[in-house]
Write a protein that binds this ligand. Structure first.
Ligand SMILES: [Zn+2]
Length: 266
């Protein structure tokens, strides 16, 4: 059967349009944060891992999170997933290990700056806010340097029935390092992500020798610099299986608990 002539014309035009759009997308696609599950689900005790780390790495080479059964703090740096356990030990993680909550991106910084000696957590926040200047977008940040002090924490692996994160955090291990070189890996999320991710700054640390790290509570920089990447898209994956996520009560405002858990800068 002969096609109508208009269709004969339209097909090549559509193909051309599709190619143009594809080319445009690959060039102009907004840099995206990839997130698995939500912070409030974690807060309520949804700790069962349901995304493999090798699948997580398909979405980014840089980021933070935790592991199945809340087994320590995750630091993803240069495409390697590291686990900082409750005992302070640091291990590269096998691809089959799973996570209940993680945030990653493909890190391509769009700006860099040296940081003054003595920069601490609040000063870094101010500096990044001023430099990046877009509080309603996401910002990935990597700070490499030598730290006069670095205070981190990790959490113990949990057993079912899982207690809420506020309970677990009371028994967290705190690590105080001095004169340590390493990398801060993390994100600043907009205020409106409340319930989904951590509004404001959420930073993890990994030492250059890969032997220390954790969720950052406080630090003082001796020398170093920051690299920033603005991200204007969020790819949110939710656990679709029949695990704890489906039954979690995610209707409450858990901001006050979250603030207490994430920081000791009150
Ligand atoms: Zn953390």
């Amino acid at each position: 059967m002969q096609r109508p002539s208009s269709e004969l014309i339209r097909l090549p035009l559509l193909a051309l349009l599709a190619l143009t759009l594809l080319a445009g997308c690959s060039r102009g696609q907004p840099a995206a944060v990839y997130q698995h599950a939500t912070i409030d689900a974690l807060m309520t005790g949804v700790y069962d891992g349901n995304l493999r780390c090798d699948d997580l790495l398909a979405h980014g080479d840089f980021g933070i999170g935790t592991f199945d059964a809340l087994d320590g703090e995750m630091v993803v740096l240069d495409g390697v997933v590291h686990q900082v356990r409750f005992d302070g030990s640091v291990h590269p993680v096998a691809g089959a290990v799973t996570t209940p909550f993680a945030t990653v991106c493909r890190f391509h910084p769009d700006q860099a700056c040296a940081l003054p000696a003595g920069t601490d957590f609040p000063a870094l926040e101010q500096l990044v806010n001023a430099r990046q200047g877009r509080p309603n977008l996401f910002c990935a940040l990597r700070v490499h340097g030598r730290f006069a002090t670095m205070k981190t924490r990790s959490v113990p692996r949990q057993a079912r029935p899982y207690p809420p994160l506020a309970e677990v955090a009371k028994g967290q291990a705190v690590f105080t390092m001095q004169e340590v070189s390493g990398t801060i890996v993390g994100f600043r999320c907009p205020a409106f992500v409340k319930g989904v991710n951590v509004p404001g700054y959420h930073l993890h640390f990994l030492s250059d020798d890969r032997r220390q790290g954790g969720h950052i509570l406080a630090f003082t920089l001796a020398e170093g610099g920051a690299e920033l990447m603005t991200l204007s898209a969020l790819h949110l994956d939710l656990p679709a299986g029949s695990g704890g996520f489906q039954g979690a009560d995610l209707g409450q405002d858990r901001s006050a608990d979250l603030h207490r858990i994430e920081s000791d800068r009150k």
